[in-house]
Design a protein around this ligand. Sequence first.
Ligand SMILES: Nc1ncnc2c1ncn2[C@@H]1O[C@H](COP(=O)(O)OP(=O)(O)OP(=O)(O)O)[C@@H](O)[C@H]1O
Ligand SMILES: Nc1nc2c(ncn2[C@@H]2O[C@H](COP(=O)(O)O)[C@@H](O)[C@H]2O)c(=O)[nH]1
Length: 179
Amino acid sequence: MKKLILIAGPSGAGKTTISDYLWQQYQIPRVITHTTRPKRQGEASNSYYFESDESFAQLHLFEHVHYGAYQYGSSREALAKAWEKSDLASLIVDIQGAESYIEQLKEQVYFLYVTASSLEKLRERLLNRGDSVASINKRLQGKELNELSTKLKPFAHVLVNDDWQETVAKLQEIIAGLD
Ligand SMILES: Nc1ncnc2c1ncn2[C@@H]1O[C@H](COP(=O)(O)OP(=O)(O)OP(=O)(O)O)[C@@H](O)[C@H]1O
Ligand SMILES: Nc1nc2c(ncn2[C@@H]2O[C@H](COP(=O)(O)O)[C@@H](O)[C@H]2O)c(=O)[nH]1
């Protein structure tokens, strides 16, 4: 059965770092999603399909959300493309997107909720990543914090990504369990 590691969690928790590691270490491809957000300095050009508002409006999306000032969305075509490469793929979404995928793909989804032990840790990582203070303040409160909802709690495998070596060990266990 084809499976999807769905990765959600607050900004700065390490979702992209984990997804990149899954590709490098286990050749688990990421489903590339679409966004109208501009590319960050130093961000890989294949981290998203970077769209204008006009091109985003033309897409046929499985689900889409507004996050901050920008739009984000994912397509069945992108999922199929990742599953062509491997029966196990990863996908980074916000909490609303996670609800859509879990509802529709059910037991094909392994839901990994990544977080860190404090908001201060997240803030420090985002500052080091070069995010602006205004953007960090916005992302680390309210709906944009991507807290685990009561609805999703029963499906979540929570990974507290404070220590990278511990995270690597947990990822190894997870991947072995999904084989
Ligand atoms: N365990 C860790 N310890 C220290 N720094 C980490 C750890 N994991 C990731 N980082 C760093 O934290 C920063 C944020 O990580 P990353 O971009 O993966 O987060 P994210 O959850 O994808 O955030 P966003 O939702 O904003 O895109 C990066 O600079 C990354 O190198
Ligand atoms: N529901 C969806 N959420 C998505 C998608 N692609 C990314 N995301 C989430 O957006 C925020 C912000 O991402 P960033 O790269 O600007 O830091 C983050 O929570 C992602 O998980 C998507 O296609 N659908």
